[in-house]
Design a protein around this ligand. Structure first.
Ligand code: UT7
Length: 336
């Protein structure tokens, strides 16, 4: 990436949105056989937000998060050239990004969905950077938004306790190489383990009588939690190490570790493996659970709101999840 960079990319603003309705662990224990103690000990999650009510979709959260980011810098939506919506829970299989484009009034923007589960926001940033650094576009809106509550089997205690709904947005603009904030990336996929975490399509038993065509429907989230846990703890540190090595920086240069918010134990294990002080971990999953593609921009936006992150801080961001996909982006935060 570094050698191909023709221009820089800088982050102008972030925004986030969560539904009003929250579900605590003790409320969860009225739905499935579980306990606050089990959930907190195994995951660190205390509550999550759910998008309840009729006709509410991932679009509503994505629009709200985007408008907040635009408002922060008083940017007119017509200045956005490209919208990338990272989501695995669209309200339309043909894509939801165009509905976001319409609702925020980004009349000049091309818009498309990007499906890469919990790694979606990392892949979204990297994709945006390609368009910015080669000079194709000036302003890109990257959104990570998911409403996995709509795709969960609410009688399966091994998954339903984990997930929540949210959206996060980031506006990235092309700039001079000197102002570049997105320093490096490292991405991976291993489809051999796709069945560790999936929302798979199930065909009906009987085909169409004339066409021999099998139609079907999507199932609920299914996950082999133990294997996904082992994968994350073993592979994410390697991705981070590759990324910082090729950038010629050291572990000590890292100011903040911002991982996909899946499990507090994963965040701590990755930090400890890399000898990163655990007080450098950015974590908000106790309040929101695992919000899939939204988790990284939501946590970043919250950290910025409380002034946790300072000018020139190095933030290591890693996403991991279904696919399996995982990857890292290194950012030097610049307060413009
Ligand atoms: O976003 C994508 C990335 N996803 C992840 O990173 C998830 C990674 N995996 C995990 O975070 C953990 O594997 C979980 C939190 C999902 C599960 O924790 P675990 O320590 O791996 O538990 P387990 O699945 O091995 O289950 C241990 C026991 C089982 O009972 P037995 O067989 O030992 O009698 C489960 O039936 O805990 C039981 N159990 C529960 N008990 C109370 C499973 N879920 C629950 C529950 N409440 N909600």
């Amino acid at each position: 990436m570094k050698s191909l960079t023709m221009q820089g990319a800088k982050i102008l603003a972030t925004g986030s949105a969560v539904p009003d309705s929250s579900l605590s662990n003790s409320q969860m224990s009225e739905i499935v056989q579980t306990s606050d103690e089990w959930i907190v000990t195994r995951t660190g999650i205390k509550e999550r937000r759910l998008l309840t009510g009729m006709n509410q979709s991932v679009i509503d959260l994505a629009v709200l998060a985007s408008m907040k980011a635009l408002d922060k810098i008083s940017m007119n939506p017509s200045e956005i050239n490209l919208i990338i919506l990272a989501t695995s829970t669209p309200n339309d299989l043909f894509g939801s990004a165009s509905q976001v484009q319409s609702k925020i009034g980004a009349i000049n923007a091309v818009a498309f969905d990007l499906t890469a589960a919990c790694s979606g926001f990392v892949l979204g940033i990297v994709t945006a950077c390609q368009f910015l650094q080669n000079g194709s576009y000036r302003n890109v809106l990257v959104i990570g938004a998911d409403t996995l509550s709509k795709w969960i089997d609410w009688s399966d205690r091994s998954t339903c306790i984990l997930f929540g709904d949210a959206a996060g947005a980031m506006i990235i603009q092309s700039c001079s190489k000197e102002n570049n904030s997105i320093l490096n990336f490292q991405l991976n996929t291993n489809g051999n383990y796709a069945d560790y975490l999936s929302i798979s399509y199930q065909e009906q038993v009987n085909p169409h009588p004339i066409l021999n065509l099998y139609q079907g429907a999507f199932k609920y989230v299914s996950m082999n939690g133990k294997e996904v846990y082992k994968f994350a703890v073993s592979q994410v540190p390697l991705s981070i190490l590759k990324c910082i090595d090729s950038l010629n920086i050291s572990i000590n240069d890292i100011d903040w570790l911002l991982l996909h918010q899946a499990n507090e134990r994963i965040l701590t294990a990755v930090a400890e493996k890399l000898c990163i002080n655990t007080n450098k971990i950015i974590s908000n999953l106790s309040k929101y659970g695992n919000t899939s593609a939204a988790s990284i921009p939501l946590a970043l936006d919250e950290a910025l709101q409380i002034n946790k992150i300072s000018h020139n801080d190095i933030i290591v961001i890693s996403g991991f999840g279904a696919g399996l996909t995982w990857g890292t982006v290194i950012i030097r935060w610049k307060a413009f």
